[in-house]
Design a binder for this molecule. Structure first.
Ligand code: 6LW
Length: 502
């Protein structure tokens, strides 16, 4: 049956997947954004529904002053049959921890921190004998590069054995993303090498013992797009899963590139799916040894319902902030209040988009190249400070349409590294409401504002200048609105509209 990649469009990197109570669950990394780690649920591996986040309180997730693309790196989701666990590294505080739930609808536990375990990309393995193991890698330390493992007391997070070195990989840089699973008596160790950029690859090893030694698959790397002519690149960071019919699949990250000989991407690393079969020697073959495609074929149980991520949030009618809306670092949740028939009251913060302090900013992931994003704002209670919309990659790379309510101006600004300037600025008429808008194709963003029923074009800006290849980010473009000023300065977000491919 055919299906279309990416399975999760927009900034949803480092996917991990497992089965629990007859359904599939998938998580991705979220870096400096809050809430942390979206949880997706599926019955069939191709149609996914978000079921909140693992870390949705400020006490669970400390992102204070998180620098660009720090915060939560790659998570792993696993189950022991009774409980669902998600383990992850918060690189901002350099701690590894996990949370668990017995029922996805009732939320997640407080974090259990693992003392004495460093590195990133932690994973869990529940062995048939009841023992639990943690895996991870060495990261920015003097430890030998490679994959490490220790036995873990899953009820307390205490390590029960020394941390042992189990695999160096095949020699690619940045051995990371380890996952162990058992099949036909072998312990398979899946991992990523080559770094998450254009040299990314998936490699696999196996042993008859959980502690190794692990032998390398003769076909390594079993999946890579390095030096392949494809509009899908950087494929790697995979997890494997056996579906309810005994078919195997891999979820991995990839990017949709633009450009010709020098590729770039600005939507972030996205989640892709490929079928896996096994050869007679017991080694996996991904997608019949073919590169991943946008149009794929695999032994699905039900057809994929192609999701349109278009949506309009009418905050005059909504009762709570939708789960696709994310914040930059820890939000002061009192700064965002939905008042029925009024809208979402967003109070100002002293933080600016260019720094790492607490900021009033909320947005959604850009999931396609061709989009329309607009916010309808009432600023009758804003007379000192600035507010606006942003096509935001990081504090160093973003575009803004900004209203200065004291000077009564609207301006179009570009921040591209050290290049930070106002493209144009206009006086605003005496109004208390405004619609700010950005549309895009695969080359440019186009910015405008609408007052008194008239749209005024401000200008355009290259998508390429927000690309991760330039900004050095692990994330993707977020389309959002912000309010800079003291907390008495209020904008009311009446509507937030996002349309893709329209
Ligand atoms: C992640 C590592 C990687 O922790 O990049 O693609 C890091 N792989 O495994 C951030 O996504």
């Amino acid at each position: 049956m055919e299906y279309r990649n990416p399975i999760l469009k927009g900034f949803y990197p480092d996917p991990s997947v497992c089965k629990f109570q007859g359904k599939y669950y998938l998580v991705t990394s979220t870096f400096e954004y809050f809430p942390g780690i979206p949880v997706f649920e599926s019955d069939d591996l191709v149609n996914w529904e978000q079921k909140g986040h693992c870390l949705d309180t400020n006490s669970d997730l400390d992102l204070t002053n998180s620098e660009v693309s720090k915060g939560l790196f790659a998570p792993t989701i696993r189950s022991d049959g009774k409980r669902l666990y998600v383990i992850v590294t918060n690189v901002t505080i350099m701690r590894n921890f996990y949370v668990y739930t017995d029922d996805i609808e009732s939320g997640w536990s407080d974090p259990i921190f693992i003392d004495g375990w460093s590195g990133i990309d932690p994973s869990l393995f529940f062995d048939d004998n009841g023992k639990v193991y943690i895996q991870g890698n060495s990261y920015k330390s003097d430890e030998t590069l490679g994959i490490y493992q220790a036995e873990l007391d899953i009820t307390t997070g205490v390590l029960l054995s020394e941390k042992s070195y189990i695999c160096a990989g095949t020699g690619g840089k940045a051995p990371e993303a380890p996952h162990i699973f058992k099949r036909d008596g072998f312990y398979y160790l899946l991992m990523a090498e080559g770094g998450t950029e254009y040299g990314h690859m998936v490699t696999i090893f196996r042993s008859s013992s959980i502690s190794g030694p692990f032998e390398s698959c003769p076909e390594n790397p079993i999946l890579t797009h390095r030096s392949i002519q494809s509009k899908i690149q950087c494929v790697g960071h995979a997890d494997f899963i056996e579906d309810k019919n005994g078919n195997w699949w891999t979820f991995c990250l990839g990017i949709r590139v633009k450009g010709s000989h020098s590729y770039y991407h600005h939507l972030g690393r996205e989640t892709f799916l490929a079928p896996v079969t096994w050869n007679s020697e017991g080694w996996p073959i991904v997608n019949n040894n073919n590169p991943l495609e946008f149009e794929m074929e695999g032994p699905l149980t039900v057809p994929q319902i192609i999701k349109d991520n278009s949506t309009t949030y009418d905050f005059e009618a909504l009762k709570k902030i939708p789960e696709r809306v994310i914040f930059l670092r820890n939000p002061d949740i009192n700064n965002y209040k939905i008042v029925e028939n009024d809208g979402l009251i967003m109070h100002g913060s002293q933080g600016k988009l260019t720094d790492t302090s607490k900021i009033s900013f909320m947005g959604i992931r850009q999931s396609e190249f061709n989009i329309y994003f607009s916010v309808l704002l009432d600023f009758s209670n804003h007379n000192q400070g600035q507010f606006g919309i942003a096509a935001f990659m990081s504090r160093e790379f973003h575009y803004l349409v900004e209203v200065d309510s004291e000077r009564e101006t609207v301006s179009f600004r570009k921040k591209i590294g050290s290049i930070d300037y106002v493209v144009c600025e206009y006086d605003l008429p005496e109004v208390s409401g405004i619609e700010l808008k950005v549309t895009s194709d695969d080359k440019y963003y186009y910015f405008s504002y609408i007052v008194e029923g008239k749209e005024n074009l401000l200008g355009q800006a290259e998508c390429a200048f927000l690309a991760s290849e330039l900004s050095g980010t692990f994330t993707g473009t977020i389309l959002g609105t912000y309010n800079h000023g003291d907390e008495s300065q209020v904008v009311i977000v009446k509507k937030m509209s996002y349309l893709e491919n329209k």
